[in-house]
Write a protein that binds this ligand. Structure first.
Ligand code: ADP
Ligand code: MG
Length: 563
C-alpha cells in the first residue's frame, strides 16, 4: 500500500484507544472532569457494563455555551496554557483528550449550564462530529451521556470482559475517587441498583465505611500529622489485625490524583514489616501532597502513573508516616473489641515458615518431583515442625507439606462432589451476615448461582450486606468469611473462565489442615493414603509442590557413599 496520511476519523479512533481502553476509563475521565469543575456532587449511572450507557452528572461550574463545541476538539483544555503550566498543575485533567476520545468511539450528549448563564445548552455528537445543538434546561453543572461505546470499534468490543467484570472495574474506579474526595457526594447506580453512595461529609472514615464496610473502618488508624514533613502524607491505614492477601486494598493518591505505584506499595509493606505475615497486606488510603514541580504527571495517557523527582524522599516519607502511625496507635491485642465479621480465626499461621522451609530444602537438596503415576505406597515416619509429614517410600525419603497435600486431596474431592451434584452442605444455626465492597458486590451478583452449586446459600440483604444460610460442610467452623472475601477479590479481576477451579481451590485451601497443626499418626496415615489416590498428587491446586523426594542415589551422594 502506498504511504498516505490517515483519514482524520481514523486518527482520532486510534488516538482514543490510548485513553479509552474500557468502560471504566470513560467513567474515570468524566468523573475527573466533574471533580476539576469543583463539584460537590457527582452521580454516575451505568448500564450494560457501561457499554450501553454511562451518564455522569455533576453540580460543578459547567461549560459556557460558547465553549461547548470547543471542548470536543482534540487538545482543547481550559486547564493549561503552556507546557510550563504542568509544573504547577492542580487539576486532574490537562491533556484535553478525554472528551474528543470518548466522542470518537461512542455517541455523546452533553447538557450543561455554566454559572451566570440563564439557560442550559446541549450538544450531541456522532463519530466525533456535532449533529445537534441548542438550548435545554439544566441546573448549574454538567451531565454527559455516553451511549453505545465501541459500537463502531468491534475490535475493542471483543476484548471487553463479562458485564460483571466491567461493572466491577467501574465500581473500583468510583470507589477510589470516593476515597480521594471524601468531601464530594458520590452516587453510583449500576444496572439500576445503588452500587455506592458516599455521604460527602469530608471525613475519610465515612468514605472508608462506604467502600470497605464498618468493620474495616473501625480498624483504621488516621495517619498522624507530622507538620515538618515534606512531602506531607495523609490518610488512613488498617491496624495489622485487618489484612488481605493481595495489594488490591492499597490506594494511592498524589495531590489527590489516583495513581498506581509500586514504590509506594513497597513503602507501605515496609512499614508493616514484622507486623504482618508474609504475603499479607494492609488496607491503606494514602495521599501524598507535593509541590507540582516535584513530579511529572505527564508520563502516561491515562495519567495513572507519575514520576517523582526524588523517589527516595517520597518513599521514606510514606514509610515513616505509616510506621509511626502504627507504633503510636496500634491497639493492644486482645483489649480492643475484635471486628466480628472480618476477624475470624486467623488462618495460615506459620505459612511463612512453610515457604521458607521449603525454599531452604529445595535449594540444598536438588529434590526431584515424583510424577503422578509413580507415587508409591508410603510409610509415615513422623511429623516435622508440625508442618511436614516424613514418610518412607521404596526409593528414599518423602517430605510432604501437610497443608498443600490436604489442599490437593480436598480440591479433587470438591470437584468430584460438584460434578456429581453431591456437595455436602451444612446449614448455619443462625444465618450470618457478610459485608462486601461495591466491587465484591458486583462479582457476587454474577456468581450467586455458581456459589450455590458449591453449597453456599447466600442472598442479598441490602446495604452492601449478604445473608449466608449454609456453607459447604468442609468449611463449617472454618474461616469461610475469609474464603469468600478472597474468592470475590480473585474472581473480580477476570471474566467468566476458570471460575469453577477457583471456587474449588479456595474451598480446599480454607478447609485444609494448616501448617503448625500437630497431627496424630492416624491422621497422617489417612492423609498420605488419600494423597496416594489423588489424580495429581504432586502439586497443590495453586501449582506448588506437595512433596519433596530425596532419593536413595541423592542420599548416597550427599553422604559420600557414591561419587
Ligand atoms: P481536560 O480535562 O484534559 O482539559 P477534557 O477533554 O476532559 O480535557 O475536557 C475538555 C474541557 O472541557 C475541560 O478543560 C473543561 O474546560 C471542559 N469540561 C469537561 N467536562 C466538564 C465538566 N464536567 N464541567 C465543567 N467543564 C468541563
Ligand atoms: Mg478531562
Amino acid at each position: 500500500m502506498p504511504i498516505k496520511v490517515l483519514d482524520s476519523r481514523v486518527v482520532s479512533q486510534i488516538a482514543a484507544g490510548e485513553v479509552v481502553e474500557r468502560p471504566a476509563s470513560v467513567v474515570k475521565e468524566l468523573v475527573e472532569n466533574s471533580l476539576d469543575a469543583s463539584s460537590s456532587q457527582v452521580s454516575i449511572e451505568v448500564r450494560g457494563g457501561g457499554v450501553n450507557l454511562i451518564r455522569v452528572a455533576d453540580n460543578g461550574v459547567g461549560i459556557p455555551r460558547a465553549e461547548l463545541e470547543l471542548a470536543f476538539e482534540r487538545y482543547a483544555t481550559s486547564k493549561i496554557d503552556a507546557l510550563d503550566d504542568l509544573e504547577a498543575i492542580s487539576t486532574l485533567g490537562f491533556r484535553g483528550e478525554a472528551l474528543p476520545s470518548i466522542a470518537a468511539v461512542a455517541e455523546v450528549e452533553v447538557v450543561t449550564c455554566a454559572a451566570g448563564e440563564q439557560a442550559g445548552s446541549y450538544l450531541s455528537l456522532r463519530d466525533g462530529a456535532a449533529v445537534g445543538r441548542g438550548s435545554r434546561g439544566h441546573s448549574r453543572g454538567t451531565t454527559v451521556t455516553v451511549k453505545n461505546l465501541f459500537r463502531r470499534v468491534p475490535a475493542r468490543l471483543k476484548f471487553l470482559k463479562s458485564l460483571a467484570t466491567e461493572n466491577s472495574h467501574i465500581a473500583g474506579v468510583v470507589s477510589q475517587y470516593a476515597l480521594a474526595f471524601p468531601g464530594v457526594r458520590f452516587t453510583l447506580l449500576i444496572e439500576g441498583r445503588v452500587g455506592l453512595r458516599s455521604p460527602g461529609s469530608g471525613q475519610l472514615v465515612d468514605s472508608v465505611t462506604e467502600v470497605y464496610g464498618l468493620d474495616v473502618a473501625r480498624n483504621m488508624l488516621a495517619i498522624g500529622r507530622e507538620p515538618a514533613s515534606i512531602p506531607r502524607v495523609t490518610g488512613m491505614v488498617s491496624s495489622p489485625a485487618v489484612n488481605r492477601s493481595g495489594r488490591g486494598y492499597l490506594s494511592f493518591f498524589v495531590n489527590r490524583r489516583w495513581i498506581t505505584s509500586r514504590l509506594l506499595a513497597r513503602a507501605v509493606d515496609d512499614a508493616y514489616s514484622g507486623l504482618l505475615m508474609q504475603g499479607r497486606h494492609p488496607v491503606a488510603i494514602i495521599d501524598v501532597s507535593l509541590q507540582p514541580g516535584e513530579l511529572d504527571v505527564n508520563i502516561h495517557p491515562t495519567k495513572t502513573e507519575v514520576k517523582f523527582r526524588n523517589e527516595r524522599i517520597v518513599f521514606a516519607a510514606v514509610q515513616r508516616a505509616v510506621r509511626r502511625t502504627l507504633v503510636e496507635q496500634m491497639p493492644v491485642p486482645g483489649i480492643r473489641e475484635p471486628a466480628a465479621t472480618y476477624l475470624s480465626p486467623e488462618p495460615g499461621r506459620g505459612t511463612g515458615t512453610v515457604a521458607t522451609g521449603r525454599g531452604a530444602i529445595a535449594t540444598s537438596g536438588e529434590p526431584s518431583l515424583t510424577p503422578a503415576a509413580s507415587l508409591p505406597v508410603l510409610r509415615v515416619l513422623g511429623q516435622l515442625l508440625a508442618s511436614y509429614i516424613i514418610a518412607e517410600g521404596p526409593d528414599g525419603l518423602y517430605l510432604i507439606d501437610q497443608h498443600a497435600a490436604h489442599e490437593r486431596v480436598l480440591f479433587e474431592k470438591v470437584r468430584r462432589q460438584r460434578s456429581q451434584q453431591e456437595m455436602e452442605i451444612q446449614g448455619l444455626l443462625e444465618p450470618a451476615t457478610f459485608e462486601v465492597t461495591p466491587r465484591q458486590e458486583e462479582v457476587l451478583r454474577a456468581n450467586y448461582q455458581r456459589l450455590a452449586e458449591f453449597g453456599f446459600s447466600i442472598e442479598p440483604f441490602g446495604d452492601r450486606t449478604c445473608l449466608v444460610r449454609a456453607v459447604p460442610v468442609l468449611l463449617y467452623n472454618k474461616d469461610w468469611v475469609g474464603m469468600l472475601r478472597e474468592l470475590l477479590d480473585s474472581l473480580s479481576g477476570e471474566g467468566g473462565g476458570g471460575g469453577e477451579e477457583k471456587v474449588a481451590a479456595s474451598i480446599a485451601c480454607h478447609s485444609a489442615v494448616r501448617a503448625g497443626q500437630t497431627l496424630s499418626y492416624e491422621e497422617m496415615r489417612q492423609l498420605v493414603r488419600e494423597l496416594e489416590q489423588a489424580a495429581m498428587p504432586n502439586t497443590c491446586p495453586h501449582g506448588r509442590p506437595t512433596m519433596i523426594h530425596l532419593g536413595l542415589a541423592q542420599l548416597e551422594k550427599e553422604f559420600g557413599r557414591r561419587l
